[in-house]
Design a protein around this ligand. Structure first.
Ligand SMILES: *Cc1c(COP(=O)(O)O)cnc(C)c1O
Length: 434
C-alpha cells in the first residue's frame, strides 16, 4: 500500500517547501484521529504542530465531519456572486459575533494568503474610492503573510522571497516589535509619509513563521492608537493566531484592539477544509457602495464561500465552548511548566510562549535553512512526534484535544535531543539512479 503511494509520489507529485533532491521519502498517512496521524503501516505520529497550524479540535472531529457530510449531500457548491446560502450567511453572522466589535462584514476567500491579499486590496481601494488615494503599506520586519505576490511583498524579504524580489512592491518596513522600536519608526513614517500610508499590517502579538517571536500587547495598542489618529488602517493578520491559538478567540482580544481589517484562515474550519475570510468595518464596506460601478471590489475566487467549507467552519465554531477554553488553559499551563524546565538548559538560547504556542530557540546558527532544525525534525519523527522547527526554533502548537501526557512526549523528545540523541540515517527521496 505504502509502496505504491511512495512510488507515485516520487514520480508525479511536487510538495510544498520541499527540496526534492534531498528530502527523505514523505510519510504516507492513512488516517488521523484526535492529535494523532497514522501512517500506512499503522504507526502513530503525534501531530504537535496541528498539521501546519490548522487543526484546532483534533483530527476527524465527529461534529465537523458530520456537518461536512450533511452539507455535501445538500448543497456542494454554488457561485457566490448573485447567490447566497445558509452556511455562508450563518457563518458570517457567527464570525461577526465572535470578532472584535465593529468588524461587521465578511469577505470569503480560500486560504490565508488570499485573506491577506483581500485585506490589502480593500484598504488601498477604499482610499481610492473616496478620492484620496493612498498607496503605501507598512509591514513588520520578520513578518510572514503568505506566498502569493501581495502577501510576499508584505512579508519580510528572505530566503522565501529573494527569487521574486524585483517584482515585489515596496513596503515601508517597521522594526519587529519583539526586538526593535516599532513605535518610533511608525511615528517617523507617519510624520514623513502619513498621507500616503493606507495600512499597517501585523501578525498580532506573535510573528509566527519567523520563529514564534512573541511581542507586547501594549505595543499593539499603541500601533492602533497611532494608526487611528493618522486615519491609517490596521490590518491584523490572524491567520495563525485566530480561533483560540493565543488564548482568547483572537489575539486582538488579548490587547482589546479593534483592527479595521482582520484576516482569518487556518483554524477557521477546525483545520479540516480550506477557507479564508477577511473581516472589515462597515466604514470600509461603505467606501465601495456607489452608483459608480468602477468602485466595485472586483475580486473573487471560484470557490468563494464554498458551502461545505462554511458548514465545517460553523461546526468548528460550535465547539468553542467553555470546555474548549479550559483545555487551552490546561495546555498553556503545561507549556509554561515545561518551558521553565527548558529555560537555562544547555543548548537552549531562549523560550517563548503565548497561549497554546510554545517555542524553544536552540543555541545554534539561526535562519530557516539551519541544519539543527532538520536534525531535530528527523529525530522527533523517529520517536513518533511531528514537529517541524523553523530554522533553529522548535515549537509545539498542538490541537486543543492534546492531553498533558501527549504533550510530555514532545518535551521528552526535545530533552533527549538536547542531551545529544540523534536519528538513525534514513534513505532520501532524491535521484533513484543509484
Ligand atoms: C500561514 C499564514 C499565512 C498564509 O496562509 P496560507 O493558508 O498558507 O496561504 C498568512 N499569514 C500568517 C500569519 C500565516 O501564519
Amino acid at each position: 500500500m505504502s509502496d505504491i503511494i511512495l512510488q507515485r509520489d516520487a514520480q508525479y507529485v511536487w510538495h510544498p517547501y520541499t527540496q526534492h533532491h534531498q528530502a527523505p521519502f514523505p510519510i504516507a498517512v492513512a488516517r488521523a484521529q484526535g492529535s494523532w496521524l497514522y501512517d500506512t503501516n499503522g504507526r502513530a505520529i503525534l501531530d504537535a504542530i496541528s498539521s501546519w497550524w490548522v487543526t484546532t479540535h483534533g483530527h476527524c472531529h465527529p461534529t465537523i465531519v458530520d456537518a461536512i457530510a450533511e452539507q455535501a449531500r445538500t448543497l456542494d457548491q454554488v457561485i457566490f456572486a448573485g447567490f447566497t446560502h445558509a452556511p455562508a450567511t450563518a457563518l458570517a453572522a457567527a464570525l461577526v459575533a465572535e470578532l472584535p466589535q465593529g468588524l461587521t462584514r465578511i469577505f470569503f476567500s480560500d486560504d490565508g494568503s488570499t485573506a491577506v491579499e483581500v485585506a490589502i486590496k480593500l484598504s488601498l481601494q477604499s482610499f481610492a474610492n473616496q478620492g484620496k488615494p493612498r498607496t503605501l503599506i507598512a509591514a513588520l520586519e520578520n513578518a510572514y503573510h503568505g506566498d502569493t505576490f501581495g502577501a510576499m511583498a508584505a512579508g519580510a524579504r528572505g530566503v522565501f522571497t529573494h527569487m521574486y524580489e524585483p517584482l515585489l512592491f515596496d513596503v515601508a518596513r517597521l522594526p519587529d516589535p519583539s526586538e526593535g522600536d516599532t513605535l518610533a519608526a511608525l511615528d517617523a513614517l507617519i510624520a514623513s509619509r502619513g498621507h500616503e500610508l493606507a495600512a499597517v499590517i501585523v501578525e498580532p502579538l506573535v510573528l509566527g513563521a519567523s520563529g514564534m517571536r512573541v511581542w507586547d500587547e501594549q505595543v499593539l495598542r499603541d500601533i492602533r492608537e497611532r494608526t487611528s489618529a493618522a486615519g491609517v488602517h490596521l490590518i491584523a493578520d490572524e491567520v495563525m493566531t485566530g480561533f483560540g491559538r493565543t488564548g482568547p478567540m483572537f489575539a486582538c482580544d488579548r490587547a482589546t484592539v479593534r483592527p479595521d481589517l482582520l484576516c482569518m484562515s487556518k483554524g477557521i474550519t477546525g483545520g479540516v477544509l480550506p477557507l479564508g475570510a477577511t473581516a472589515a468595518t462597515e466604514e470600509i464596506f461603505d467606501a465601495f457602495r456607489s452608483d459608480d460601478r468602477r468602485k466595485t471590489f472586483f475580486h473573487g475566487h471560484s470557490y468563494t464561500a464554498n458551502p461545505i467549507a462554511c458548514a465545517a467552519a460553523l461546526a468548528s465554531l460550535s465547539l468553542f465552548t467553555p470546555a474548549c477554553h479550559a483545555e487551552r488553559t490546561r495546555i498553556e499551563q503545561l507549556h509554561t511548566e515545561q518551558l521553565s524546565v527548558l529555560r537555562g538548559t544547555r543548548g537552549v538560547k531562549a523560550v517563548r510562549q503565548i497561549g497554546t504556542v510554545a517555542a524553544v530557540e536552540l543555541d545554534a546558527p539561526a535562519g530557516y535553512l539551519s541544519d539543527i532544525g532538520r536534525e531535530l525534525a528527523a529525530f522527533s519523527l523517529q520517536q513518533g512526534v511531528l514537529i517541524r522547527p523553523l530554522g533553529n526554533v522548535a515549537y509545539c502548537l498542538p490541537p486543543y484535544c492534546t492531553t498533558n501526557d501527549e504533550l510530555r512526549l514532545v518535551y521528552d523528545v526535545l530533552q533527549r535531543f538536547l542531551q545529544g540523541e540523534r536519528a538513525a540515517p534514513v534513505p532520501t527521496g532524491g535521484p533513484v539512479d543509484d
